[in-house]
Design a binder for this molecule. Sequence first.
Ligand SMILES: [Zn+2]
Length: 438
Amino acid sequence: MKISDIEKGLNLAEIGDEMHRLIADLYPICRSITGNGVRETLAMLKTRIPLEVHEVPSGTRVFDWTVPKEWNITDAYIKNDEGERIVDFRKSNLHVVSYSVPVKARLRLNELKEHVFTLPEHPDWIPYRTSYYKENWGFCLSHSQWLGLKDGEYDVCIDSRFDEGHLSYGEYYLKGERPEEVLLSCHVCHPSLSNDNLSGIALVAFIAKYLSQLSLRYSYRFLFIPGTIGSITWLSLNEAHALRIKHGLVVAGVGDPGKSTYKKSRRGDAEIDKAAIRALRDSGSDYEIQEFSPYGYDERQFCSPGFNLPVGAFMRTPHGRYPEYHTSADNPSFVQPQSLADSFAKCLSVLNILENNRTYQNQNPKCEPQLGKRGLYRTIGGSKDVKLNELAMLWVLNLSDGNHTLLDIADRSGLEFGLIKDASDILLERGLLREDPG
Ligand SMILES: [Zn+2]
């Protein structure tokens, strides 16, 4: 079976619910760029897809970077004079700045202030903060809680540790007919945040699971990696191999209620760019296309000039453009099963286009072949569908000169990719087309 065979029969409502359940299961885990939270997450994904977990030692040089020490945290709190935990890591892992150094101290409120982060514009939300590459510690609180703290002394404790450990990442390679690969990558380093990026993790895991049951033209590589340092590490360890990546998507923020967004690769006109834009256009729903910029997720590394891989970013509302972004309001109720299912369906249609995009040679290029005698042309005026199919056949015949892919023909004709593909199948069957060997 191929992607196109399963596309129509998918129970999207069920898929959206299942993806949402996975998000809710992964939500409580305290993840960071290294540490046991990532391992626990990968172990849960391993029950669904045959993920290989890689462990890269701290101190490993990866291009201009170094794999950091492994960070783990068991507890953290701020206690008031009565010994009550007024801020408790066990209630929300967002309370602690990720990669905080250990601390145990008694501080006055104005000393504590230096290490407290709040969001005055959303006084009930806890912000998400990190300090990966600079030694620091801190707490994140809702602004209203901070304003309610009385002057006095507080016991603060962050029970974290840094070890010469590992950076963990997950990889699943699915072999297709051809050695060229399609890459799907997502970041797994955020703690209790749902859209960014448990939604991306769920989408990549579900796509992997579905594709593993199908026969595929391309091989597929699925990466579950910590943001930035994870993609740099993977590229550094797989430098020669990266050339096999023919198309790629970085997947993040695919569960919010906003419309789908595709951010182009650095090349801007790669096949993945055309396929993603075509799939969103053909979906009939509203969408947004962004040009490449060297700001965002791991496409920054995949599209760095030394690699310049054809990798775009697949998302809904871009990061930073929704107020819940990087706050405690990005919880499981912020991500919608319908949005997750819609992102799943759209991602699948991008891949379906890639799988089916071919270049053909018209076998009868001197004037149009007579379609009527081959039973391909109506003799009596037909319905709109018949006309569209005929138009698609004429476009395919006209542009199949070895220089246009089916995707190019869809773009030039303004017809849906599915129509162009179906027309090419019929013409191929009747011997009017042959696949271009180039
Ligand atoms: Zn983020």
